[in-house]
Design a protein around this ligand. Sequence first.
Ligand code: ADP
Ligand code: MG
Ligand code: MG
Length: 247
Amino acid sequence: MLNISNLHAEVDGKAILKGITLAINPGEIHAIMGPNGAGKSTTAYVLGGRPGYAVTEGSVTFDGADLLEMEPHERAAAGLFLGFQYPVEIPGVSNLQFLREALNAQRKGRGQEPLSGGEFIKLARAQANELGLDPEMLKRPVNVGFSGGEKKRNEMVQMGIIGPKLAILDETDSGLDIDALKTVGDGINTIMRRPDRAVLLITHYQRLLDYVKPDFVHVLANGRIVRSGGPELALELEREGYGAIAA
Ligand code: ADP
Ligand code: MG
Ligand code: MG
């Protein structure tokens, strides 16, 4: 599904990613862990197509298409979902409007007709209920005045409604209390643990991986993957710290 090959990228002329190679198949959950400053967020930004992040070498394909040639909205329409540590607030745009546009863009990408207003509202309410978000929050401006936990639940509702092929979640667990962490974990498992979907979970800490068991764990240090393994690698990192492994 996602094939990253020898990816190099720079920001403001500074080399940050120094040759990342990683393949993610449908049905797989991969975790990227690593110390602060390793290039984890940069990896997510480059895959999402954020301006200012220049790829200098290497390639990325998504379902066989050249991801790096696609505009950010085309990447989303192709089935890529990005979740970030600090979800953006969008005053003046209701959650429902935002979600409906996002879903219909994705449906268009799949050659499907847009959902009617009624069908969409049913879907949105069902997802909100399933993920423990008060459905009233769907009417409010996107994330404005939401607590940290509510933003995360909202992000899971977005993910549930859109139904992406690949979700890349960057430090989506940071700052969450145990209840919110469990919601996020349950959300990822319910929505994304399917043979046709895949997840790239980016996290500094092991604790989210207690809820979402990754198939593969990769350690990123200084812009490169320095180790890969199974879920036991996350526990080893938790015990021994990054120093021993990423040095
Ligand atoms: P991580 O998410 O693993 O903590 P980042 O990808 O955020 O790491 O950052 C990797 C490196 O890139 C860090 O050394 C950081 O200082 C640098 N960096 C990130 N963004 C910029 C920027 N806009 N300008 C210059 N350096 C940056
Ligand atoms: Mg960081
Ligand atoms: Mg980061």
